[in-house]
Design a protein around this ligand. Structure first.
Ligand code: UD1
Length: 462
């Protein structure tokens, strides 16, 4: 297992090119299962989740290749397999995106239920409700969802749930409806740009979907989806993560390959916190800071709100903004594993239901921290970039799932990050606290975490 050793304190400067969106690429790659031609996808990021899905698609009878120009070529060569096994699905929940395409094209899908997840409950009841409404017979047996249909029929489907709509659920139902007989209307569809990208890809293949980007989709079923070439939208989460890297290090970054309208909520919030975000031409922007950061309240909501996938990174930024901030997640209300790790770095955070209340500190201090999920890992890397001294971020395999060589991008901007094997020898010396020396050293430190997760002086000097 690898870890990052980060020496914080360098303002990031320079230019970074944002990769294609992971969350758009995954459902689009899965949807290629429903087509009967060759698909060429451009700008598919080269990261672990994409490689995992390539493995699953290969097992499902697809030829998958990255060509010399870094495009992903996909073509169904065998339409018989229909089982997505637990070993792959448990490592990546987005594997569930093969459910709709398999059912639509092969009449049967057998997908392992993914099980628990570090960001909270992630049921797939809405996916199943939508597919059942289209006429699929669905049962759960031995940990697998088995969905069967000799024919899917268009109908009216409401996809709203207790926390809004469902992104991958909308993707599954949209692909199945694209090949159903008759017209389907989906109400409370997810409006995320990644869903729109999938809809555009399906339309390029001959589907008839209107209303993309709104909660009301109308889908006229067609007989067949043919192959096409499609460029994946830029990753708005990677772009926003890099924007926060600029703000948290008082840096000055130019980002290229950004779709600014997809970032409106994040740009507004960062401006409120004290970042200066300026458009540069069509698909670039410049981010710098405007003096001291300011506290702000953030609520993660379905699109066009602040994405839940940015909640952890915004929290890292706000730990260093003087004053009180409240960060609330309405999409995944339990997604706060990073808060305790940030507290290890000196952040003052108190959890209150679906919210975290932050009291900004002057400076975070480097520590050994544990990544718990993909976006939490990014938040800890950002905190490490801003912290005094060295930070060891462990279990970064979570980060590798969803960011394409993030540390290489950050190092090109001046960050000091080393990827090393997580062994005792590689553990930073500066983070090895000798208890005897710590007890003897009464003033001015070392510092100890108090019960609220804030910093106070060592027990003797307090
Ligand atoms: C997708 C994204 C993920 C992002 C999330 C929310 C991909 C591959 N992943 O995940 O990065 O954090 O959207 O923007 O695109 N829910 C139900 N029943 C369901 C499905 C979901 O109640 O059948 C609930 C979930 O528990 C959650 C909310 O709906 O509270 C949104 O989940 P959903 O949009 O489905 O997330 P994913 O599609 O899994």
């Amino acid at each position: 297992m690898d870890m990052f050793v980060i020496r914080g304190g360098t303002p990031l400067t320079g230019t970074a090119v944002v990769s294609g969106s992971k969350n758009a690429a995954l459902p689009i790659m899965a949807a290629a299962l429903a087509s009967s031609g060759k698909t060429t996808l451009k700008d598919v990021p080269d990261l672990v989740d994409v490689r995992t899905l390539c493995q699953l698609l290969t097992a499902l009878g697809m030829r998958v290749e990255r060509d010399a120009a870094d495009n992903l070529q996909l073509e169904v060569t065998d339409t018989r397999p229909c089982v997505a096994d637990y070993d792959l699905v448990r490592t990546m929940r987005a594997s569930v995106c093969v459910l709709g395409p398999l059912l639509a094209r092969r009449g049967r899908a057998c997908i392992s239920l993914p099980g628990g997840c570090n960001i909270g409950d992630r049921p797939i009841d809405l996916h199943l409700k939508g597919l059942a409404a289209l006429g699929a017979e669905i049962r759960v047996e031995r940990g697998y969802v088995i969905a069967e249909a000799s024919e899917l029929r268009g109908t009216r489907i409401y996809l709203g749930g207790p926390c809004g709509s469902t992104v991958t659920g909308t993707c599954n139902v949209m692909v199945a409806a694209a090949l159903a007989r008759g017209t389907t209307t989906i109400e409370a569809a997810a409006c995320e740009p990644e869903v729109v990208d999938l809809g555009n890809y399906l339309n390029q293949m001959g589907a008839e979907i209107s209303g993309l980007g709104t909660p009301f989709l109308e889908i006229n079923g067609v007989e067949e989806l043919t192959g096409t070439t499609h460029r994946i939208v830029p990753d708005r989460i990677e772009a926003a993560t890099l924007m926060i890297a600029a703000a948290i290090t008082s840096g000055n970054l130019r980002l290229e390959n950004v779709e600014r309208p997809h970032l409106t909520a994040v740009i507004e919030k960062l401006s409120e916190i004290g970042a200066r975000v300026q458009p540069l031409g069509n698909r670039s922007l410049q981010v710098s800071t405007d003096g001291e950061l300011r506290a702000a309240d953030c609520i993660a909501l379905p699109y066009p709100g602040i994405p839940t996938d940015m909640q952890a990174q915004l929290m890292s930024l706000l730990t260093c903004a003087p004053g009180m901030s409240v960060v609330t997640d309405k999409v995944f209300p339990d997604r706060f594993m990073h808060a305790a790790e940030l507290a290890r770095m000196g952040a003052r955070i108190r959890r209150e239901g679906p919210s975290a209340i932050l009291s900004g500190v002057k400076r975070l201090s480097g520590a050994a921290v544990m990544a718990s999920d993909l976006r939490a890992s990014a938040a800890l890397v950002l905190a490490g970039l801003a912290a005094e001294g060295e930070t060891a971020v462990r279990r970064i395999y979570h980060l590798d799932r969803g960011y394409e060589r993030l540390e290489a991008k950050l190092c090109r901007l001046g960050a000091n990050i080393r990827r090393v094997a997580d062994t005792p020898d590689n553990f930073p010396r500066t983070l090895r606290l000798d208890p005897a020396a710590a007890e003897a050293n009464v003033s001015p430190g070392p510092k100890w975490l108090n019960q609220e997760g804030g910093l106070r002086q060592s027990r003797r000097s307090a």
